[in-house]
Design a protein around this ligand. Sequence first.
Ligand code: ADP
Length: 768
Amino acid sequence: MDEQNKLILPAIAIRGLVPLPNVDFRIEVGRDISINALEEAEKMYGGNVLLVIQKDPNVMDVTPENLYPIGTLAKIQLKLKMPSGNYKVKFKVTDRIKINEYTSFSPYLVAEYQKVQSINLGDEEELALVRRVLDLFQKEGKTFLVAPEEVSRLLQSGLTTEQTADVMAAYLKSADKYKYLEEISVSRRLEMLIEDAAKEKKIIEIENKINEDVKKSIDESQKEYYLREKMKAIQTELGDKARQDEEVEELRKQIAAAKMPKRIEEKAYKELERYANTNNQMAESGIIRSYLDFLINLPWYKVTEDTNDLKAVEKALDKNHYGLKKVKERIVEYLAVKMMTGKNPSTILCFAGPPGVGKTSLAKSIAEALGRNFIKQSLGGVRDESEIRGHRRTYVGALPGRILKAMKDAGTINPVFLLDEIDKMASDYRGDPAAAMLEVLDPEQNSNFSDNYLEEPYDLSQVMFITTANSLEDIPAPLRDRMEIIELSSYTEYEKFNIAFKHLLPKELKNHGLTNEQLEITDAAMYKIIQGYTREAGVRELDRLISAICRKTVKDILIDHKEKTVITPENLADYLGKVRYFNNEGRNESQIGIVTGLAYTQFGGDTLDIEVTTYPGKGGLILTGKLGDVMKESAQAGLSYVKAHAKELGIDGVDFSTIDIHIHVPEGAVPKDGPSAGVTLTTALVSALSNRPVPANIGMTGEITLRGSVLPIGGLREKSIAAVRTGLKKIYIPEENERDLDEVPEEVKEKLQIVPVKNIAELLHNIF
Ligand code: ADP
């Protein structure tokens, strides 16, 4: 080749792209060396320029080693200057060329080159290949080409085999295109196209598979996250953003501040997330909110420090309660064990006794002395397990159980927790609340107490439970086993008198803002209040009456400007109305067919009159007054005894087949049961049948057998106190109960003659 025919043109180095002949090529030109070449080509070479390809697109400096030997010849068709100073250029690419030599590198590339001719046989093989390529394009163009529509447009303009090969290669997705420039055989280029198309197809298949796998591996939480985001988006779109962010933030702070156990905290945050995404018009929103509030307000770690000072406990108990010496001793012993071992004793204290005798206030004093918070939850009438354990949150209006509700109020995890009236729980078809209570009270189990509403275990092990009951028989045996029973019994009049002056009156004076100088109740008046206005085992009513007197006194002072009120037996009626009970009077005469029995109820001891009357009939026995089965049987047994011993009893003249006997126990609305009315029923029968009166001021108690033996009874102390209260002077008790006489308070013994009897004959002989 001689010097004259040497082909020389400016060259532009292309990074990352491969221009191919027969296809327009667009790039942005920015490097100085390229801009210079561009301008020179336009000025001096009629827009003709060489496009050479950089091996490593990341290198900015242009060196011959970094340029491929094969490039293209192109003509500038369009050149636009950008604000950045770069040029957008469109080239018409015409030929493959081979660079022989670079003659200059500055200020732009200049190369000496020669055109490269493709080998284009046009034979059958080539024809078959091009058909195959076109076929692939028809079927799967999308899989291996970047802009199939553009290719389609170009194809329709009518292309040669070589042009077809170049166009396809130019729009191939595959990045490695230099080989299409380098290859001179058109058939080979077509083969390469088929290979690349297959490769792309494979890649797409693999991609799809990966996508699927990835999709599968998006775990539940991510999925949930996406869904929530989506929901948020929808709600925002609808213009009612579910929740004020501030409220959610506030709750988030509260959750953090509540210092919950890890698991609960995580749950709380999850619920919060749910809350944030629930429209507040929806019921669901309120349910979640209550749940969150509950989690936040339930104590998790907060404790009060116990004062481990037994002396202080003793003092607190003495300060708040009169008497109860034994009870206080046992409480102190119980707490001593707690202090020694540093944990709650495994048995639970149970205060058993009639209402108003100080069970609740004792428990309160214990809390006060220990420095613990105090809560009380009544179990009376609980018949549904879910009242203890709560309802699942799926229920509308679901609530936590009574235990956790009270814990929320306690505010600490170690309060003194009074479970009031544990004997009044009943079980029915809705489950057995006693079983749930067992879990509450069992130190082995209660560190993981489960509440349906909370859904997570809650630790009750630091709580000091104290229970109260009116009657021990009604506590289910397994529960009773867990308890250390401390019995409190009725107060005598003397005790009430002392409690009134030492505790109730000072307390009520204080409550009403009064002083001793403004209100005085004389001793005699106090006794009259106790005897004439109350008839109770405890001191609740007494407390109420004293409170009533205080109220009236306040009125006296404020309205009538009275300086001092003195309550005496004479003016008592002005304050409390007419005397309600006349027990001590009017008990002196004797009556036929009416006998006073002594009963032991959950309200303490009581007296009850039994009336018997007979009239012509057919040998029937009528029992009225809401008698229980045991009492009815006692009546039958009594009657049998009377019939069998008619002769000794002096009633052999009676023809039982011609009379009906009616036994009635007044105060008909009050259910009565128990065997200890046996002697009373029998005595009343004998009195009625033999027309012999029985003194009204004697009472009796005892179960009888058909042979007439008198069996022992329970509650002697209570019954004797009640006897005095009712104004009886003498009571008959079973001989075997003599050993219980120690329990009977001295002041009762002073006022009451207590006569033990072995059998009914002895008793009847004594009376008649
Ligand atoms: P319970 O729980 O046994 O039904 P409470 O504890 O409610 O009875 O007692 C009722 C009221 O009587 C309370 O005001 C209590 O302080 C008072 N009370 C009971 N027993 C005594 C006592 N021994 N000394 C002082 N106050 C007493």
